[in-house]
Design a protein around this ligand. Structure first.
Ligand code: FAD
Length: 411
């Protein structure tokens, strides 16, 4: 069978899934592609869900990933199966079973099922409790964020902080609760996590750290110790969980995400990888050889870049020519817009031993801070310093030493 006769199925019709489809076509694949996604909407972008769409500055149509809607399917010649859920995968039979027991066979498969919002136990039935992961979540919350509403945001991570900022801009009375003593510590470290979280207080939004939510009811939140905080709206922003349940009886290796090799090929439960199956985006866990670290990244740029890489690997494997393949070894990047600041991070903060502000200052609210591990630059944080921060990408990509980074900063 020639590659052109192959049928590639992509499961997950969001950023990683659609980017994989585009990359396959741009790289010359002219076989059949089917894109399966369980949301009924045309694919859309998630970052605006906590920012400009939630605030009403943009409409649902404006956050579509492909503004030309249905044309996307015809331009890229892809069969879209939206509103359809993949329920299981049979690797040996090369077949996916969808809801309503429909079966779809494939020659190659891209797993791009992303992640979903983590919920707090026993709160799903409460009409005043919200998460923000999907377009429907966002539109539901938007309707509740009326001026004067009392809003409690549980979780001071990036999405919680963005929702707090947006709700504040809409005239809501917002309180942010965080269980950890330091917000954003995992992503930014203690010093910069603490500093970034001061943005709430600067805008008059109380942030309480180290508090445990015991219960949520129709009147708000009850903390451990039985203190009650009255709220009309409770937004739960306590992280995300990879969507891997549909793979649980398959041969795919799963462990906080779909386990992949350095090239985005999916590992089997035995040794080695599964022929013709790759994964990308929030759902995928792989070893980033640039950092020598296994990672699963829940950020936009990674989903887009990894999908393109996974498509390249898949085509090379289908063509039987993997000799020139490169590992997927990017400099991770994310941004977050909160109130009047833009936070951006390049690289990693894991295991850093020192963080130094090299540009701007904490007092001014605009800065670049570098992260050192041993004698190496491993990460760079920018707060409202877009151009300056991006100048560190190359240094991170080439494994620059700490001295080289400080020299660059001094120029
Ligand atoms: C509110 C919000 C704000 C964000 N803001 C930022 C930001 O400012 N900066 C940044 O870097 N990143 C941001 N992100 C993260 C970024 O949007 C994600 O990293 C990106 O969406 C991941 O894309 P993905 O395609 O891998 O997964 P997802 O976007 O999660 O898409 C996976 C798709 O697969 C579908 N699916 C799941 N299981 C199945 C199944 N069994 N069958 C069929 N379909 C299935 C899902 O419903 C979903 O449509 C934000 C995310 C959210 C939720």
């Amino acid at each position: 069978m020639s590659v052109g006769d192959s049928h590639v199925v992509v499961v997950g019709a969001s950023l990683a899934g659609t980017r994989a489809v585009e990359a396959l076509r741009h790289q010359g694949f002219d076989g059949r592609i089917t894109l399966i996604g369980d949301e009924a909407h045309q694919p859309y972008d998630r970052p605006p869900l906590s920012k400009t769409l939630l605030s009403g500055k943009r409409t649902a149509d404006q956050v579509r990933l492909h503004p030309d809607g249905d044309d996307y399917a015809s331009v890229l010649d892809v069969t879209m199966m939206l509103g359809r859920r993949a329920c299981s995968l049979d690797v040996d039979a090369a077949e996916i079973t969808l809801d309503r027991d429909e079966r779809v066979g494939f020659d190659a498969l891209v797993i791009a099922t992303g992640s979903r919002a983590r919920h707090l136990n026993h709160t799903d039935h409460l009409p005043n409790v919200y998460v923000v992961r999907t377009l429907d979540d966002c539109l539901r919350l938007q309707a509740a964020l009326v001026a004067g509403a009392r809003v409690v945001v549980v979780g001071a991570g990036f999405i919680g902080a963005e929702v707090a900022a947006t709700a504040h801009s809409l005239g809501c009375h917002v309180t942010v609760l965080e269980a950890a003593p330091v917000p954003l510590e995992r992503q930014l470290g203690a010093t910069m996590g603490t500093y970034c979280a001061t943005v709430h207080a600067r805008h008059g939004v109380p942030l309480r750290v180290g508090v445990q939510v015991d219960e949520i009811d129709a009147n708000g939140v009850i903390l451990a110790g039985r203190e009650r905080i009255q709220a009309d709206v409770v937004v739960v922003g306590v992280g995300a969980v990879p969507n891997t349940e549909w793979l649980q009886d398959s041969d795919v290796a799963v462990g906080d995400g779909v386990l992949c090799d350095a090239f985005c090929r999916v590992r089997g439960s035995g040794a080695g990888t599964l022929k013709g199956i790759v994964a990308a985006g929030d759902v995928a866990r792989w070893t980033n050889t640039l950092f020598g670290e296994e990672m699963r990244i829940e950020h936009w740029t990674n989903a887009a870049e990894m999908a393109e890489h996974a498509a390249t690997t898949l085509l090379a494997d289908l063509n039987g020519d993997s000799s020139s393949l490169m590992p997927f070894a990017p400099v991770p990047y994310f941004w977050s817009d909160q109130y009047d600041i833009k936070i951006q991070f390049l690289g990693r903060s894991t295991g850093h031993q020192e963080v130094v502000v090299v540009d701007g200052s904490m007092e001014s609210g605009k800065l670049v801070a570098l992260y050192r591990r041993d004698n190496q630059l491993i990460g760079a944080l920018g707060i409202s310093r877009v151009r300056q921060l991006m100048s560190y990408r190359n240094l991170l990509a080439t494994g620059a030493s700490w001295e080289e980074a400080l020299t660059h900063a001094a120029q």
